[in-house]
Design a protein around this ligand. Structure first.
Ligand code: DQA
Length: 144
């Protein structure tokens, strides 16, 4: 299985950004952690990060054909990007939204995900393991 993993704005700052919420490990460590898990489980992952809404949309539009599934942490775009929502809706590949933190237990503005209704599943609040759980859901065929 080929999985596209997209990370939105400020996720590149992991390790220094709000460490009490997101932890002390860096973005590089997250990428290595996902890649190692993928290798052991024989799945191919491509991981892309951008701080720009349009770049995320361009990337998905340009490359989605090569993938069976997309795992996306849209960062703050989760809460207001109808453009990313529309982009995800346009394609029929399997889609999982992930978040390091539990957005439903934080500030009110984070409790709204405009992405939620256009993905097959959301995995929240498990730190780096949110990505691992998303990969597992795909591998176990739990998303039809
Ligand atoms: C986040 C939660 C968002 O509210 C926030 O803007 C992020 C990270 C998470 O992974 O918990 O950038 O998506």
């Amino acid at each position: 299985m080929n999985i596209l993993i997209i990370n939105g704005p400020n996720l590149n700052l992991l390790g220094t950004r709000e460490t009490e919420i997101y932890g002390n490990s860096t973005y590089k460590v997250l990428v290595q952690y996902i890649k190692k898990y993928a290798k052991v489980h024989k799945v191919s992952v491509k991981i892309y990060q951008s701080n720009h809404e349009g770049k995320i949309i361009d990337y998905i539009q340009k490359h989605q054909k090569k993938y069976q599934a997309i795992i996306i942490n849209p960062g703050a775009f989760t809460h207001y990007s109808y453009a990313i929502r529309d982009c995800l809706s346009a394609y029929s590949l399997k889609k999982i939204e992930v978040h390091l933190s539990n957005i439903y237990e934080r500030e009110d503005f984070r409790k709204v995900s405009v992405i939620k209704d256009v993905v097959d599943m959301s995995v929240l609040g498990k730190g780096f393991d949110s990505y691992i759980e998303a990969i597992d859901l795909l591998l176990k065929g739990e998303i039809k």
